[in-house]
Ligand binder design. Structure first.
Ligand code: SF4
Length: 339
């Protein structure tokens, strides 16, 4: 990205209107810039040919279109692709492209590293190095060759979305607004460990789907895995979620990674059913992907099947998420942004 110039990618229509007003450009110029940025997806200001030469020259002085091509792409034997992007000063983040029969999802990062320190997560063990801008987030979509195939985006890569909510909301606004890409919010899922102030704002301002990382229904045990439980206990998160209607377009899901001997027996399944009673939601079970950095093991397949069947037979829709990209460390919790 060029020096300290304003990055146009990721700017909302209102932000571009402010910029145009400050530069003395007509107000409609902001909409024109949006069209070129988001509909035509140009990667340089000179390509915005319906602006005057003087306007383009001025924009080039103060702004850029912060497109960065990935510096590496690893391809899994199952077709999953992991892209590495340079961001901030000398850091890298990863995005994972997951093609399926009827859809193609991109899992994007929103921070360099993460402050949440979940014990089982490679990103969490690396500490926090900075927030991505809305432009950095959108660049992960815009700068991969599969952009045209994408049907869904999930904010489940590196970082905690509610800890960088301004940028996440600006990026989802670009994705969903008619002046942006015009996607339905149903195509976007934002995940969180349950940071309540951010979550409240997200629930008021966004219609995107929500995925809450739950992983253990027993407070003392969850605290051992997820330090966030101390500041924002799961019960408080669930109480907040109960205030909203989940029977319409917006969907609520809970992520539950299966750790051998820690959270995978039927006592935990029963507590989970109790905790979610009355909430219109589903649970996604995730096989834990073992890594040298994390001292945990994944649950046996028969144990996962018994857990899933207990939930399904007790009124909680429960699916087992297919493991993708494990051979290239692209699976959940394995993103490290290592060059
Ligand atoms: Fe952060 Fe998510 Fe990893 Fe927890 S699991 S440390 S919130 S990236």
């Amino acid at each position: 990205m060029e020096g300290k110039k304003i990055n146009l990618l990721g700017k909302t229509l209102v932000q571009l209107q402010d910029l145009c007003a400050a530069e003395g450009f007509p107000r409609f110029t902001a909409k024109q810039i949006c069209d070129w940025l988001y509909k035509k997806r140009v990667d340089n200001i000179d390509a915005i040919t319906n602006l005057s030469l003087a306007q383009r020259a001025r924009l080039n002085e103060i702004a850029c279109i912060g497109r960065e091509t990935p510096v590496r792409c690893q391809v899994s034997k199952d077709g999953t692709k992991k892209y590495l992007f340079p961001v901030l000063d000398g850091h890298f983040i990863e995005a994972v492209y997951i093609p399926e029969e009827d859809r193609a999802t991109l899992c994007v990062s929103c921070q360099v590293g993460c402050k949440m320190g979940c014990r089982f997560c490679v990103t969490g063990q690396q500490g926090f190095h900075g927030n991505l801008s809305a432009g950095d987030i959108l660049n992960q979509l815009f700068s991969i060759p599969e952009f045209g195939q994408l049907t869904n985006v999930v904010f489940m890569g590196m970082g905690e979305p509610m800890d960088n909510l301004d940028a996440v909301l600006a990026a989802t606004q670009v994705l969903t607004a008619d002046w942006g890409l015009g996607w339905s919010p149903k195509r976007i899922t934002v995940s969180t460990v349950g940071i309540i102030p951010g979550l409240k704002r997200f629930l008021e301002e966004s219609l995107c789907h929500l995925a809450v990382s739950l992983h253990n229904p027993i407070p003392q045990e969850r605290l051992q895995m997820m330090p966030v439980q101390k500041a924002f206990p799961l019960n408080d998160v669930l109480a907040l979620l109960r205030k909203y209607d989940w029977s319409g377009q917006r969907r609520l899901s809970f992520e539950y990674t299966m750790f051998r001997g820690l959270n995978d027996d039927l006592a935990h399944a029963q507590k989970l059913v109790d905790a979610l009673k009355g909430l219109d939601c589903r649970v996604n079970l995730i096989r834990f992907h073992e890594s040298p950095e994390a001292p945990f093991k994944t649950s046996m397949p028969s144990v996962i099947a018994a857990f899933q069947s207990y939930l399904n037979s007790h009124g909680v829709i429960c699916t087992l998420r297919a493991s993708r990209g494990q051979d290239i460390d692209a699976a959940c919790g394995l993103l490290a942004g290592k060059e």
